[in-house]
Design a binder for this molecule. Sequence first.
Ligand code: ATP
Length: 352
Amino acid sequence: MSIEVRHLSKRFGNFHALKDVSLHIESGELVALLGPSGCGKTTLLRIIAGLETPDEGSVYFSGEDATDVHVRERQVGFVFQHYALFRHMTVFENVAFGLRVKPRGQRPSEAQIKDKVHQLLNLVQLDWLADRYPSQLSGGQRQRIALARALAVEPRVLLLDEPFGALDAKVRKELRRWLRRLHDELHVASVFVTHDQEEALEVADRVVLMNSGRIEQVGTPTEVWERPATPFVYGFLGDVNQFHGQAHAGVLHADGLTISTPDLADAQHAKATAYIRPHEFDVQRYSDGDIGLVTTFNRAYLSGPSAYLELTRQGSDQPVEVELPAEVFRQLDLKGGEALVAKPRNAQVFLT
Ligand code: ATP
C-alpha cells in the first residue's frame, strides 16, 4: 500500500511543528525520516498512524483519503524506541496479543494463533524465546519481539519511531541490517524515524531530510549524500568545511581557493559559500608557488582506517578538517607546524 501526505500542518499551541509537508511513499518502500531533535519527525509519523490529527492537510492510503479514519482501522503496525512489551506476558503472549483482541468473527482460533505466532517468531529468529518474559531478554531481542508483535496483525504500513535508538552502537548496526533484510522479504511500506544519518543512509530506499517542521530534501541515499539540495542537508549528513567568497561568471574565489561553479554561471559578484567534506581534499607539503589552500598542520586523530587532520588556514585562524586514509597520513610523516597545501577534488557552492 502506498502512503501520501499532502500539505500537512500541525501546531502545538503557538509552536508550528509541521509546515506544509507533502510526501509520497511507494508501496513496498523503506523510507527514513531524518533530522535533528524537534524537527517534526515523530509528529509526521504519528499523523500517518492516526495518533495525531493534522490542523491542515490530508493523509491517503493507496489513494484513499484516510485523514479521518480511526487509528484502529488504519491497519498500521508500530514499533517505538522504548520497547512497549507487556511485562507480565511472555514473548508468545505479547506477539499473540493483537490477534486475541480482534473483534469476534475476525479473531483466529487458538490453533491458528499458535501457528501464526511461531511463524512470526521464526521470522524474527527468536522462536526459542517464546516462553520468556521481556525482563529476561536483551534490548535487541525486545525490539525484534516488538516488531513481531507489530507484524502479527498483518499491517498495511509499518511505522517505526527510533526503533533502535535505545540500543548500543554495535547492536543498532546489526539490527538495522536485519530490518533491511526483513523488509525485503515482507515488502510492506515502512517509515522509520531516526536522527542517525548513517542509519538512514545505510538502510533506507529513500531519505526524507527534515528541518524545523519542513522537508528540505527527499532522495535516495546516494542522491542526498552526493547532491545535498541545501546547506542544511550538507551539514546534517556529516562534517563539512565552509569557505565564504564571491561567485562571478562561473568561478568562486573563496579563502585562497578557486572553484569552478558552472551552476552559478549567471552570478555576478554574488556572495557564495563552498562546502567541502573532509575526505574531499588531497594534501601535500607546501612548496613555494603551490596553488590551493595553504594551511598549518596542528595534529591528527587516528580512527581505524582514517586519519582526521586538524589544520589551520594560513593568514587566518580558520580551522580546516581533512580526512585521509591512515596509510597516506603515515607516509606523509607530518610534524606539528608544517605547512601543507590542500586541494579539493570536489566542492558544492551555494549562494549565501
Ligand atoms: P526527536 O528526535 O527529539 O524525537 P522529532 O523530530 O521527532 O524530535 P517531534 O516529536 O515531532 O520532533 O516534535 C516536534 C516539535 O513539536 C518539538 O518541538 C516538540 O516539543 C513539539 N511537540 C510535539 N508534541 C507535542 C505536544 N503534544 N504538545 C506540545 N508540543 C509538542
